[in-house]
Design a protein around this ligand. Structure first.
Ligand code: PHB
Length: 393
């Protein structure tokens, strides 16, 4: 009897010891890995893997990534996956979240369970107001589309707006309208296009018929961006003298090769281009191509995932692997990196939203390849304008 107790005690003691020497932090990642938006999830998955390969944690601290596929903009599915990750897998961080509806559906869970949720992509401004446990490392559509409107309003007289009919599209539309009209421009038409399986040709025909100086568009990056670019080219809007402009979502770096020369001359405002000359970006792209091949190109979703992992690693490192959700939030909302591939970034502790530069870019051919060439840094350290205008935290 005595012996049995001793053996049990020893077993328990050694189990506790093993736990102390090997902390495993579980990170749940909800991404779109299948269906028409699969390329978005895949590039982020690649970024997560590469980040982990190239970065260290304190001795004995490990990160276990648990990735789940939401299949695209599916709020119910995303919520179910987030719930399973929180309840069954007992994750300490929830991340990923490409599509706004998915992030919004998961937001209440992060509040209830006190699990920090690091948004790697979803860009509707209001998302961060939906839980005190949300921090965003990606962008907002207001950050890009307001300065795009202001810039374009000084150069062009009339604009037509075409956006996907959901959160980020509505934000892009409102932000561009404000910037463009405040600068003296006139909006001559506006159309909201379906998010699921859109055929862009009829919409681009309407734009062509109304003969604006510019068409400002937002669609989610990936295959939709290539499809709207093709419709713009095939209907000859460029030859009709209608300039194509938008947030950088419409010219994702890795889709430019699929778009072809129709994309030449398209002007966008954005926080990241794979063609940027910053040393941190050169190093990032070189590491990417070493890992994934010389023709592989990362995009803003890759960088959103990369920087989110850096913020999560920072929170883990600072707590030496012993994770407390409120301490994690405190560290995440004060996160700063002067040297991200996109330039200096930080999180605004008041809003838990990303602060970053906005660059004006033009699609040009460089060495035979299409690139988003950064023309100028239009604004530095841009906070989400929607929160400033509407006094939201
Ligand atoms: C979003 O759903 O918030 C979203 C998706 C794709 C983008 C931008 C925003 O390119």
């Amino acid at each position: 009897m005595k012996l049995t107790i001793k053996a049990g005690t020893i077993l328990l003691a050694s189990a506790l010891c093993a736990q102390a020497s090997a902390q495993t932090i579980k990170v749940g990642v909800v991404l779109s890995m299948s269906g028409p938006n699969a390329t978005l999830g895949e590039t982020m998955d690649r970024a997560i893997k590469l980040y982990m390969k190239l970065h260290q944690l304190p001795p004995g601290v490990k990160v276990e990534i648990i990735t789940r596929d939401d299949g695209g903009p599916n709020p119910d599915k995303a919520k179910q996956l987030s719930q399973e990750l929180i309840v069954r897998d007992k994750i300490q961080f929830l991340t990923g979240m490409i599509f706004t509806p998915n992030a919004m559906a998961s937001a209440p869970l992060s509040t209830e369970a006190k699990v920090p949720m690091v948004i790697m992509n979803a860009g509707t401004s209001a998302i961060t107001t939906m839980s005190p446990y949300i921090v965003r490392l990606s962008f907002t559509l207001w950050q890009s589309s307001l300065p795009m409107g202001t810039w374009a309003g000084k150069k062009y007289k009339t604009a037509y707006i075409a956006t996907s009919d959901y959160g980020p599209g509505h934000d892009a539309e409102a932000a561009f309208t404000k910037g463009f009209t405040d600068a003296g421009g006139k909006i001559v038409g506006n159309v909201r296009m379906p998010l699921a399986n859109p055929d862009f040709v009829p919409f681009m025909q309407r734009v062509k018929d109304s003969k604006p100086d510019v068409v400002f568009a937002f669609v989610p990056a990936g295959k939709q961006a290539t499809a709207i670019m093709k419709a713009y080219g095939e209907l000859g809007l460029d030859k009709a003298g209608i300039k194509f402009i938008g947030p950088g979502d419409i010219t994702p770096d890795d889709e430019l090769a699929n778009m072809g020369d129709e994309a030449l001359g398209v002007l966008t405002m954005f926080h990241y281009s794979a063609a940027a000359n910053r040393p941190a970006n050169k190093a990032f792209v070189a590491a990417w191509q070493k890992e994934y091949g010389a023709s592989a190109v990362p995009n803003f979703l890759s960088v959103g995932a990369w920087d989110s992992m850096d913020a999560i690693y920072h929170a883990i490192r600072e707590q030496n692997g012993k994770i407390d959700p409120d301490k994690s939030m405190d560290l995440l909302k004060r996160y700063k990196n002067p040297n991200s591939p996109r330039g200096p970034i930080s999180v605004d502790p008041e809003t838990r939203d990303i602060v970053q530069n906005e660059y004006l870019r033009e699609v040009r051919k460089v060495g035979g390849k299409l690139e988003n060439v950064e023309l100028e840094t239009l604004e530095t350290a841009v906070k989400d304008p929607w929160k400033i205008i509407n006094n939201k935290k």
